[in-house]
Design a protein around this ligand. Structure first.
Ligand SMILES: [Zn+2]
Length: 251
């Protein structure tokens, strides 16, 4: 699908609404996000009045300036099947099938980025280390096309992809992502005292993003901004997303 055949509107009442041109006419395709509500001060999660947030365990202890923005929610049933088109796209992004949705995914995240950059100056960007090829392509091209200085995470973060998942999420991310012990003056110059974004596809407990923020904070940025596609909603989720069980007829 060509990006010229898609457009997006961001509305306070319905969130992101995608339109697609079919036979010369714009028609609504799907919407993401929903109405804007009161948000958690720590992680930006929408909350009802007087409700406490339990979606930011990995960000609680951070003592520096950061914020988190996301497009919509990752919602599946108990078999891991997506409950909406956006969730399906996030799952597609993690497997080969995601290639054909690249333009759509790029448009979605780029729209959120442009909204944020109207409010604050962002001069550098990076992403959470990943082997998800579509995410890497979206992240790299988003930074490139918006004239943002690219800091490749591999230059400062050593990632262990072979680590077994353990239930202690904090220790897991401490082992998985480590600051490289090489001083890099060029990277310091790009990051120091300037605001940057860190891109990721999905946020669950926030331990991963919190850890990546910590590592980048060694370079004394002005502010760190998490730019995330989706966040898991309330309740339990089958988050072992590598091999999702996707129904054939749900496109
Ligand atoms: Zn929160």
């Amino acid at each position: 699908m060509k990006s010229s055949k898609l457009r997006i509107e961001i509305t306070p009442s319905r969130g992101f609404v995608l339109f697609r041109k079919t036979n010369g006419e714009w028609q609504e395709y799907y919407s993401i996000g929903g109405p804007i509500q009161k948000r958690c001060r720590i992680c930006g999660y929408p909350l009802a009045e007087n409700q406490n947030c339990n979606h930011h365990k990995g960000l609680e202890k951070l003592k520096f300036d950061y914020s988190v923005y996301f497009v919509g929610y990752y919602e599946t049933n108990f078999n891991g099947n997506p409950l909406n088109i956006f969730t399906k796209r996030i799952i597609d992004m993690r497997i080969a099938e995601g290639k054909k949705y690249y333009d759509e995914l790029f448009l979605i995240l780029d729209s959120l980025f442009k909204l944020i950059s109207k409010k604050q100056t962002i001069t550098w960007g990076s992403w959470v280390p990943s082997r998800n090829k579509i995410l890497l392509k979206v992240a790299y091209n988003l930074l490139l096309r918006n004239n943002i200085n690219i800091v490749k995470p591999d230059a400062i973060i050593k990632t262990d992809y072979h680590l077994d998942r353990i239930s202690d999420k904090r220790n897991y991310v401490l082992d998985k992502y480590q600051l490289r012990k090489i001083y890099n003056p060029q990277t310091s110059q790009i990051i120091e005292n300037k605001s940057g974004i860190i891109i990721d596809d999905i946020m669950h407990t926030s331990h991963t993003l919190g850890r990546i923020f910590e590592i980048f904070n060694n370079f004394n940025p002005k502010c760190l901004i998490g730019l995330i596609f989706s966040r898991t909603g309330k309740g339990k989720h089958n988050l072992y997303l590598k091999y999702p069980n996707i129904p054939e007829n749900k496109k």
